[in-house]
Design a protein around this ligand. Structure first.
Ligand SMILES: [Ca+2]
Ligand SMILES: [Ca+2]
Length: 473
């Protein structure tokens, strides 16, 4: 109340007029005790300034002085562009602001790297060394992951640059947390000593990442720490981004070296291998190209629970689809999902003629480009659709480019089992078809007798992929 009177008095004194008095009245209405501002950044750890004053690092909750309705939030983090935002403060509540920081391009170094083989492998044990660098909770290559999601008991040994008197171990569990079953430290003689039941003292959340804090009460200095993970118990990859060793003075040390029971970086030897990119698909010589679009995307779209389709009219004499091209890019977690996407050939009434599958790992993240999918020669009616289904959701999906410069749209949205609706916004999906004649189709099929079905049964439908730069066709 005192503040309110003071504020009102100030406003009147400064002659700010009616608006300011209104603000003062609102102040009276809300008890200001619970007005707070929560600043979160991706990645965390950015320096925060509120109205020009340094206030520590993100993520953090701040008290907002009574009556303040607007604040300028500035955040700065090494290697990123700084950001600044005006924030409307809601009285009596927590106002949340989240700022995603864009990485600054690193200066180009003209000399070759000293040892190119020193690059830490994705999901390798080295990913757990150094400061946390995984932007948020999820399956990111900047954290260590075991070879299998739940195949065995796992462990991690961390070695630090200095020997310290430990007070706490902080584990940044960036994906499927909760698997740590035991923690040990090594005494100067190399003996392994359990630090007691690993019940985390406090759990902090940074970008959704669980930071488990385990108190350590040993009377000897420590340089090595071992974490045991009951991976089968907590489903999925139990990924760890970093392990901090906090000394008695409160300083956090980050691991300099790490070793693990297994790592996803060794996947090439395991049965969890991600399919290597298949060889390039070749568009058969003399194939007829059907396309409603040019090589420039005006946008891109992905649908959760739906898909894209395009209607084509083929020439009378060229009946067999030999290849399909899509202008696309994958999004979501860096590791492609271990599943196939579908490309359907539909007749005019959306009835499925052929269901073709291709591994998700074919489509790369990054800029959209043309991908060529081989088709084991499928005869189609004069009017037919090419339909796509990526079973997309928040963590995985494929964007398909759209071309807005079309005179007439041939595109639809839907799925074979749910039906299709035409696109009404005057664009076409960037999908193309390559057709061959009877003679060419027979030539390309394996020498198997019998009718068409038999010939197709003998054909290895392993899809083939090519990345073509636009305009290379
Ligand atoms: Ca697991
Ligand atoms: Ca890391």
């Amino acid at each position: 109340m005192k503040n309110t009177i003071l504020l009102t008095a100030c406003c009147l004194l400064l002659g700010l007029g009616r608006t300011s008095v209104l603000v003062a009245q609102q102040v009276q209405k809300f008890p200001e005790r619970s007005t707070r501002l929560y600043v979160r950044t991706i990645p965390p750890g950015a320096d925060i300034k509120l109205d020009g004053q340094s206030r520590g690092t993100s993520d953090r909750l701040f008290k907002v002085p009574p009556g303040v309705r607007k604040m300028t939030v500035e955040v700065e983090l090494d290697g990123h562009y700084p950001k600044r935002q005006e924030v409307e403060i809601r009285g009596g509540r927590i106002t949340r602001v989240e700022l995603e920081l864009e990485e600054q391009p690193q200066p180009v170094v003209s000399q070759p790297p000293v040892n190119p083989f020193k690059e830490p492998a994705d999901w390798g044990a080295d990913q757990v060394t150094g400061q946390p660098d995984t932007p948020r909770a999820g399956d990111y290559r900047t954290a260590w992951a075991s070879l299998t999601p739940d195949g065995q008991q796992e462990w991690l040994v961390l070695e630090y640059r200095e020997t310290v008197k430990p007070a706490e171990i902080q584990v940044y569990e960036s994906y499927n947390p909760g698997a740590i079953s035991k923690i040990t430290v090594f005494d100067p003689g190399g003996k392994e000593v359990e630090i007691g039941k690993p019940s985390p003292k406090g759990i902090a959340i940074a970008g959704g990442i669980v930071v488990s804090k385990f108190p350590v009460k040993v009377d000897f200095p420590v340089r090595r720490v071992k974490l045991y993970l009951d991976s089968p118990k907590i489903k999925g990859w139990n990924e760890i981004d970093a392990v901090g060793l906090v000394d008695a003075q409160g300083k956090t040390h980050w691991a300099a070296k790490a070793e693990a029971s297994s790592t996803f970086a060794d996947r090439s030897s395991g049965r969890y291998a991600v399919a290597p990119p298949p060889p390039e698909a070749k568009i058969p010589e003399g194939a007829v190209k059907l396309s409603h679009v040019d090589d420039t995307a005006d946008g891109k779209r992905s649908f959760g629970g739906s898909g894209q389709a395009v209607l084509f009219d083929r020439p009378a004499e060229t009946k067999h689809v030999a290849a399909i091209q899509i202008f696309a890019s994958r999004y979501g977690y860096p590791r492609p999902p271990n599943e196939d996407f579908h490309v359907y050939l539909l007749d005019q009434d959306h009835k499925v003629i052929k269901d073709l599958t291709y591994p998700y790992s074919m489509i790369e993240r990054g800029a959209e480009r043309w991908y060529t999918l081989a088709v084991p020669s499928v005869e189609v009616p004069e009017k037919f659709h090419v339909a796509l289904s990526f079973n997309a959701h928040r963590t995985k999906g494929v964007y398909v480019g759209i071309d807005e410069g079309v005179e007439e749209t041939h595109s639809l949205i839907g799925l074979p089992d749910r039906g299709y609706k035409p696109v009404t916004e005057g664009y076409d999906w960037m999908v193309r078809v390559y057709l061959v004649s009877d003679a060419q189709a027979i030539k390309s099929e394996p020498a198997v007798g019998g009718d068409d079905e038999d010939a197709l049964a003998g054909f290895d439908p392993a899809p083939i992929l090519a990345r073509n730069r636009p305009a290379s066709i």
